[in-house]
Structure formats: C-alpha cells, structure tokens
Design a protein around this ligand. Structure first.
Ligand code: NDP
Ligand code: GDR
Length: 332
C-alpha cells in the first residue's frame, strides 16, 4: 500500500470520479476540490460509492489564496487538474468566462506549487480540440502537431497547455499535460453528444421518448472509454521524466456511425427516430480529428485495447445500469 496523497480539481466530473476510484484502489488518500458540495454535484462520486472516502474542499480556483490554503493544509504529493468549463458548445456563449477560468485556474495552481512546494507533481488535462483546423494529410495528430484552436474553449486549453509546459521549462516543476481525445462513459455530463445519444436511445427503447435531435452528423471523432483514460493520467505522474502524451483510441468514426451502432445494439432502427437540426450546428466546427497514441502506449506502457464495437457495447450496458440506478435513487 502506498501512503501518497492526491488532490483532484474537478473531482465531481466524469474523469474526477473515475480517477478518484482508481487512486483509492491504489491506496492513495484522495482530496477533492469542488465549487459546491450539493447532492446533485456529487452524483458521480455517489454512483461509484466514493462518498465519505474523499475529503472535499469547497474552493474557487480563481482565488489564489484559496488554493494556497488548501495545498498548505493537505500537502498533496500529486495534483490532477481536471476542473474546467469543459463544453466546446457552451464556450461560444460564454467565451470570457471560459477563457478566464480555464487559463487562470491552471496558472494559479502552478504558481501555488512553485510557492509552497515545487516537488508536488502536477497533471493538466489538455484537449485534442487544441489542434483545431487540421489538414487531412496531417492526420493522425501527434504530440508535435501544430495547434490551431477554433473555439474559446480550445484557445483556453491551448493557453493552459503552454502554461503547464512553461512551468516545467522555466521553473523545473514536474508538470505534464495529457492531450486527451473524446472519452465517454455513463458519468458524462448531459450536454455532451454521446450521453445524449445513449440516454435517448435507451428511453426510446423503453417507450418514454420518440425522437433524437442532433446537429452535425458528419463530424468524425476518436472516441475512447473514460475509465481507461484516467489510468494514463496516473501513469504520467509516475515517470522518471516529465513529458506530455496524446491519449486516444487511434480509431475514428462519424457521429452517424456512433448513432447507428448504439441503435443497432438496442435492436432499433435509427432512421425512425433521428432528426437533423441545423440549430444544433456550431459557429465553427472541427470536422475530423484523430490521434496517434503510440508514444503513450510505448512510453507509459498504457494498455488500451477497446475498439469501436466494444466501446459502444460497454457504453450501452453502462448507461442502462446508470438509468436504472437514477430511477431508484431519485435525488441521490
Ligand atoms: P466535466 O465537465 O465532467 O468535469 C469538469 C469539472 O470542472 C466539473 O465537475 C466542475 O466541478 C468543474 N467545472 C465545470 N464548469 C466549471 C466552471 N465554469 N468553472 C469552474 N469549474 C467548473 O469534465 P470531464 O471530466 O469530462 O473532463 C475533465 C477535464 O478534461 C476537463 O478539463 C476537460 O476540459 C478535459 N478534457 C476532457 C475530455 C473528455 O472527452 N471528457 C477530452 C479532453 C479534455 P465542480 O462543479 O465540482 O466545481
Ligand atoms: P466536444 O464534445 O465538443 O468534442 O468536446 P461534444 O460531445 O459536445 O460534441 C462532439 C461533436 O458532436 C457534435 N454534435 C453535437 N454535440 C452536442 N453536444 N450536442 C448535439 O446535439 C450534437 N449534435 C452534433 C458537435 O458539433 C461535435 O462536433 C468534448 C469535451 O469533453 C471537451 O472538454 C474535450 O476537450 C473534447 O471533447 C475533446
């Protein structure tokens, strides 16, 4: 058993919950930071049975004094920075808030580490969205591909990415970025497309819904399974040398394929229920993106082996169990 302590920001989100579960299973003491400890926010931790196993702090990551107080008190060995306004779509409606939180929270955490204890290891979740406008011939993207972000969210993530690297290069911190491609689970927020598809398809199957309305169905993404992605985050902080890694499945499929597979899995014909809605298109869209995960597989020994069919089947099964749990635990 190890006696390490990890602090996770964004602990109530999809990745925060799965990462907490992983670290607790490895014997870590886990401390979490959240804006609010209301029951609704704790849904993911409750679902995984982690309530009571984590020491939660209410904090505003824009307030450096708040962060300094928590890090000084808890003395973590590792910090996993997952908190963000993480919706690309919402960032077009809330550009300033997204830029402010996603950039300044990251800078505040790194500055607090530099002031309090530069030996604390720091992980930051960067995003495939940072690559943005990629030409077909430049795919799959690698850690060395050029960044060309096309949304307020991806611009904020590109800044946080370079701030994290800069603290490594300028001050010698062990600060690293996982460049994550879309990864999904039943703990995904309701405003992300896979959760919407899975939840709607199951409700259509149950007879309580009769349509699924989506935006651009032609986009192609490199979708992965969230519980496997958090393993890579942990591995990144266990290396001799700090470095950044792309974390992705390496496969790419269109949103239409995703819908079709989910409906087929439930023995439904998607053409009877799928409605394409132009109002759900984004002002600027990233059409196709997929990555090369060979650096992570080789360098971190990250064993990811979930192909698209297996991913869909896991997501459908997980979502069915989640809906059942939600019905039984209304109000959690
Ligand atoms: P979630 O949105 O599920 O969780 C993020 C957490 O950040 C929330 O639970 C919330 O915690 C906090 N948060 C949300 N909005 C704000 C806001 N406006 N201001 C302050 N805090 C906020 O994200 P994921 O778990 O999916 O992702 C984790 C990280 O990884 C994020 O940084 C995301 O950008 C990044 N990422 C995710 C990918 C994915 O496919 N999931 C891919 C690439 C990068 P609370 O309310 O408790 O404070
Ligand atoms: P994304 O995820 O923007 O890639 O960001 P999202 O699931 O929101 O969108 C994926 C793609 O689906 C298209 N789409 C729709 N999206 C939503 N949300 N709702 C719809 O109805 C719909 N119809 C079509 C979108 O246009 C888009 O192309 C996620 C987040 O987790 C980020 O934090 C992370 O950095 C990136 O993945 C990698």
């Amino acid at each position: 058993m190890n006696n390490k302590k990890a602090l996770i920001t964004g602990i109530t989100g999809q990745d925060g919950a799965y990462l907490s579960q992983l670290l607790i299973s490895k014997g870590y003491k886990v401390v979490g930071v959240t804006r609010d400890t209301s029951d609704f926010r704790l849904r993911n931790l409750t679902y995984l049975g982690l309530n009571g196993k984590i020491n939660l702090h209410k904090a505003n990551l824009l307030d450096l004094s708040n962060i300094i107080r928590i890090i000084s008190k808890e003395k973590p060995d590792e910090i996993y920075h997952l908190a963000a306004q993480s919706s690309v779509g919402l960032s077009f409606d809330q550009p300033i808030g997204t830029l402010e939180f996603n950039i300044i929270a990251t800078a505040n955490l790194l500055e607090a580490i530099r002031i309090i204890n530069p030996a604390i290891r720091f992980y930051n979740s960067s995003s495939s969205e940072m690559y943005g406008k990629v030409r077909q011939e430049e795919l799959p993207v690698t850690e060395r591909s050029v960044l060309h972000p096309v949304s307020p969210y991806s611009i904020s993530k590109a800044s946080a990415h370079w701030i994290t690297i800069n603290y490594r290069e300028a001050y010698g911190l062990y600060s690293v970025c996982g460049i994550l491609f879309n990864h999904e689970s039943c703990l995904r927020g309701e405003n992300f497309v896979t959760k919407k598809i899975l939840n709607s398809a199951i409700k259509i199957k149950q007879g309580s819904l009769n349509e699924l309305r989506l935006g651009n169905l032609d986009i192609r993404r490199d979708w992965g399974y969230a519980p496997e992605f958090v393993k890579a985050m942990w591995l990144m902080l266990q290396q001799e040398k700090a470095d950044d890694y792309i974390i992705c499945s390496g496969e790419h499929h269109s949103l239409f394929e995703f819908v079709k597979k989910v409906f087929n899995n439930l023995e439904l014909d998607e053409s009877k229920y799928l409605v394409s809605d132009n109002k759900l298109h984004r002002p600027v869209e990233l059409e196709t993106i997929y990555g090369d995960n060979s650096k992570a597989k080789k360098g971190l020994n990250w064993n990811y082996d979930i192909n698209f069919d297996k991913l869909i089947s896991l997501l459908v099964t997980d979502e069915q169990a989640f809906i059942e749990w939600e019905m039984k635990n209304k109000g959690y």
